[in-house]
Design a protein around this ligand. Sequence first.
Ligand SMILES: C[S@@+](CC[C@H](N)C(=O)[O-])C[C@H]1O[C@@H](n2cnc3c(N)ncnc32)[C@H](O)[C@@H]1O
Length: 294
Amino acid sequence: MLLMVDSTDLRGALAWGKDFLKKAGIDSPELTAQLLLCHLTEHDRTELLLHLEESLSEAHWREFNQLVQKRASGFPLQYLLGECGFYDVTLKVTPGVFVPRPETEILVEEVLDFLKGKEEAFVLDLGTGSGAIAIALAKNLPDSRIVATDISLEALRVARRNAVENNVDDRVFFHASDLFEVFKNEVELQNRFDAIVSNPPYIAFSEKETLPKEVRDFEPPEALFAEEEGLFFHRRIIESAPTYLKPGGLLALEVALGQAKKVMELLESESRFQEVRIREDLTGIKRVICSLRK
Ligand SMILES: C[S@@+](CC[C@H](N)C(=O)[O-])C[C@H]1O[C@@H](n2cnc3c(N)ncnc32)[C@H](O)[C@@H]1O
């Protein structure tokens, strides 16, 4: 349904979009309306704000209406824009692929810190999604090679495209796999990785109804939920990672609020790990657990 307003210049469109999104209870309505208009007009935000008197074509106006209404219904902004920023890379994201979150950048920082000065690092990213972690690591470690797995073919399709667009496709290798499954007969990969990193699905099924609508109804469930109160993947990764890590190699895992203690216990009860430590995110949540292979 096209909603009529008197003005079809950018200023009028922006005001209408902001108002509509605000009434729908969407966070940051003004910024959202600006980003959607930037997406349509191919202006950056500064240009947009400098050209508010510019008129919007009827086609753009119609499209803007649809985008605003879709966002108001809860559809994630990043899917509407088709891309998002993560660490220092830009990634395509499509419905069916998890939207990378800013807190996961801490995981990247931890791995980069650990690998500082290590030439030709060899890293495994489990559950790569859009390729966010793998691609950010490859970009920041020019001599590294990164292996990345995911069970979702749609995620791998998007991740491969992102690797090409970020010019790291010659050093990031994607595989369809249930965690380590694809490597189980690859003896040469045992004791080989300098680091294994993962932001696995970690939301307990019992928490489904507490999630924001835009996550619960629009992001792929296989990227969100895990059995065993959200720790199914952490447990499996902790069991298998020692086989593939070099002695001294790093395991870095993202966890949800309230999971850090249990994941630390899992690591401490696995005799092949030592030096378990926690890193908090900017809001003080214990977000990343790191440990070293003995
Ligand atoms: C929370 S998302 C993280 C995506 C990406 N690493 C990021 O941080 O943006 C978890 C990812 O794990 C993948 N996944 C789920 N089950 C898996 C499995 N058994 N083996 C490998 N990947 C899996 C999902 O498809 C999803 O892409």
